[in-house]
Design a protein. Structure first.
Length: 229
């Protein structure tokens, strides 16, 4: 059998068992179950913010431990909001794969979320530059600036753990430290870069609607958050 004939056979197989529609239905069930278990399970997106689009199908005809053949149907999860920068006009945030055997029986599936709604700020490079400017003596507990470094590290840790309110409280404490203390000449770059980094975090959390209303006026007073006036 030539590849063209194989391709036609596989298309007919997919149509016979309605694999694409079955995958979309199964994906919706998986998304609903995921959201019920954990409101952040879909990367912080609500189900209404996600559109499902067929991506592709493939066949595994040789596997180290599974019986073959396996037909895989992949459904892409995309932001419903239009963005012409991306193929199909939607930004991808994950995918769903449904496996079936040669009888069209489904036997395995998985849902993968690769992007998060409120964690799309790329801060790896700024963090690297910031830590490169950190004087090593600041890491000693008897250093007067050890307290500030601890605040900054708590900010990073809580943000990555999605504990946004705790992150904001430690940003407040870090800026209070800056406000009350004289910044030493050695380490000025670290203070400058860390201060800029925390302002960017606050701006981003504000855009995402994640700021604690009680903290807003305090952050504005410290110059971390721009005033609305």
């Amino acid at each position: 059998m030539e590849l063209e004939e194989i391709n036609k056979y596989l298309n007919d197989f997919s149509d016979k068992y309605d694999l694409i529609n079955e995958a979309i239905k199964s994906c919706k069930i998986a998304m609903n179950n995921c959201f019920k278990d954990d409101k952040e399970g879909l990367g912080g997106f609500s189900i209404d913010e996600i559109i499902l689009l067929f991506d592709h199908q493939e066949v595994v005809f040789k596997h180290s431990f599974r019986s073959t053949p396996i037909v895989k149907t992949q459904i892409g999860l995309y932001k419903k909001e239009k963005d012409e920068v991306y193929l199909e006009g939607h930004e991808p945030i994950g995918y769903y794969i449904l496996d079936c055997d040669s009888s069209g029986e489904t036997f395995d599936d998985w849902l993968i979320i690769s992007e998060e709604k409120n964690n799309q700020m790329d801060f790896i490079y700024p963090l690297q530059k910031m830590n490169q400017s950190l004087p090593m003596e600041y890491l000693r507990r008897n250093s007067p600036n050890y307290e500030y470094v601890s605040y900054v590290n708590h900010v990073i840790s809580f943000y990555q753990a999605k504990q946004y309110e705790s992150c904001q409280w430690f940003i407040k404490r870090a800026f209070e430290f800056i406000d009350k203390n004289t910044i030493p000449e050695k380490g000025t770059e670290y203070f400058k870069k860390s201060r800029k980094f925390m302002i960017q975090l606050i701006d981003y959390m504000d855009e995402c609607g994640l700021l604690n209303e009680e903290l807003k006026p305090k952050l504005e007073k410290l110059g971390v958050l721009k005033t609305n006036g």
